[in-house]
Design a protein around this ligand. Sequence first.
Ligand code: GLA
Length: 745
Amino acid sequence: MIHFNPQTRTFNLLLHTSYYAFQVDDQEQPVHLGWGVRPDAAAADDRLSGETVYEQYDPPWSFITQFRPDELLTFGDVTSYGVTLKASFPTLPQPLAAGEHLHLPIRDLRLRYVGYEVVTDAQPGLAPTHGLPTGVSSPRETLRVLLRDPVQPFQAIVCYRLTPEHDIIERWLELENLGRETVTLDVCHFASLHLPNGTTELTYVAGTWAREFMTARQRLPMGTQVIESRSVQTSHNSNPFFFLNQPGQAWEEGGTVYFGALAYSGSWRISFEQLPTWDIRVHGGYNPFDFHLALTPGERHITPAFVTGVSNDGWGGASRRLHAFTQERILPVSAAYPSWRPVLYNSWEATYFNLSYENQVALARKAAAIGVELFCVDDGWFGGRRHDRAGLGDWVVSQDVFPNGLEQLVAEVHRLGMKFGLWVEPEMVNPDSDLYRQHPEWVLHFPSRPRTESRNQLILDFGREEVIAYIFTLLDELVTRYAVSFFKWDMNRLATEPGSVVGQAIWRQHTAGVYSLMDRLRQKHPGLDIQSCSGGGGRIDLGILGRTDQVWVSDNTDAFDRTRIQEGFSLTYPARTMEAWVTHEHNHITQRVTPLALRFDVAMRGVLGIGASLNELSEAELQQYASYITFYKQIRPVIQGGILYRLQRVEEWGASIVQYVLPDGSQAVYSLVIHQHQVGSYRPNPPLRGLQLKANYTVTDRRGHEIHRATGYELMTLGLPRELGEFGGYSRTLHIRAVTFSSSL
Ligand code: GLA
């Protein structure tokens, strides 16, 4: 709910358990008042909170205006600290005495309040255009606050879209050049946030290829800390989200936690500033590194959204809010799989580049027999792609691999009752390809400079419309001709020499081009699903999730490593987007040997996939796979549609326990993975969450054997009996179901 008090010019944004307030001061400047958790009793009464005027709360700022917490910080009002926007204007010639004019380039932007409106149809920049629905589509209120420069012909609309049930405010800017000359933006964040002083404990993720999403927690320094991507994808090294809380005042299930995530997959930056006054500011948006955004006369630019919120129940509460928001408001509802994601088979680790009709069809038959629902042929099916040195860009089925065409395999996959998927990497080209031989100028490069290859490939220049049109035609033909239901959309290198026909705008236009390709394909082929992959987890964010169904989190499928990777991923992204494969006993990346139970127990925490070479498994092993897949299909609605609780985290106890529970508490899944256990030491026995207190529950193992019975109250106080968690193995997945359940309890 959005309230405005015309006397005090106070804006009061009310969400389920939180509030956000700012006020227009006597200099026509919208100044931040506060953001946080509402008192419990007030949360039940929006009128009481909404009519609050905050009359006696002049924001504290010293005679140095640099500290004033403006809702939109501009270079002009602020020069010493970070800003939301910095603009360069054409010179305003000033007459001098001798008939000459002074030409002084101007880099000063002041934005002052003009008015506001509340609308229900506003959209941030780069919103999906594929036309597929989201899980929930009820209208939401957006507050649009119009600011204009009193001297320069430039305006900004500061947008706040509320999703009250998840305490989430999406923030973005709509910028417009009202003049007759081009204005350039040198810094353009989507929003700047003001957090209470002392909110200095930062949780984020860091890593690299095959070690993505490592959770890091540390105190903000005085000054600035930055997380960022300087490429045309989201990054393996970092991910555009954060949690912030007062040190010692928040933990997994308690305390006030601020959070934010960018809905954008390009070159981004989130910077955290602790001012000398201890004020905390967070700026999130386009990375100012090599940034340049030109607005021609009359041109508008709408930034993507900075999704922000506040949790009153710890890091877990922040995660659950982001999960629900993503599921309900961001993910498209797949036409093929509206309820949950299918069990997938992917051939990469089984056959790498040695594809043949025979080995793929043999894999498909075995995959169908063990219960797989979607069969995806990975790299190596097209052009001259018999290794990673050739073929990218030539998206035509290779006669060498499929002499009778791909149709034969597709028909068999369909006959077996599975859908058919293909790996593609549409943004790339190998120099050894027909496409590159025809169009060497179509790649990012600077003339007479090296074209540095990475994995023997170059990036296509998505600043060129003809390149995007060309790629669209090829992908469109593939989907139509081979009834492709699923693309694993890969992106395997970082940008180096980012030379493009659109200059520095390529940082944004590459992402816009990828989004437009995906949106157009899905619009034309509503039955097509997409998985985002970028050498593992390099392109995962709330922007790409608006047009994809799931993501590949890491090339590292080692179950132990994966537990940590998945834990970091779960901070922001929901389990139903997390593709996770069971691969070989002997892991190809880490060389570690792990038992099948552990590999399944870890992969079943998300969207189960199989990546092992089924052609090399015995009948008995295939039977085991089949029985796990049957079990997964039983618990899948709880994992993919449930609410997640991280009951125990690896970093604290050497064990990871996660629980998924349906919103009505009728079913739960308890998943335990032990990394380290010392004899005679006992980890705490975590109480379960979200169950119905009075209902009776049975606890069954994957074979359906009942191993425990208890009431919801018992499970939510003592947890599961210790012996169920200390059974001598590495891992366990249990299904908890109410046998006498009353939804009115
Ligand atoms: C990337 C992906 C892998 C696989 C290969 C194929 O590394 O992350 O899963 O698809 O490309 O070349």
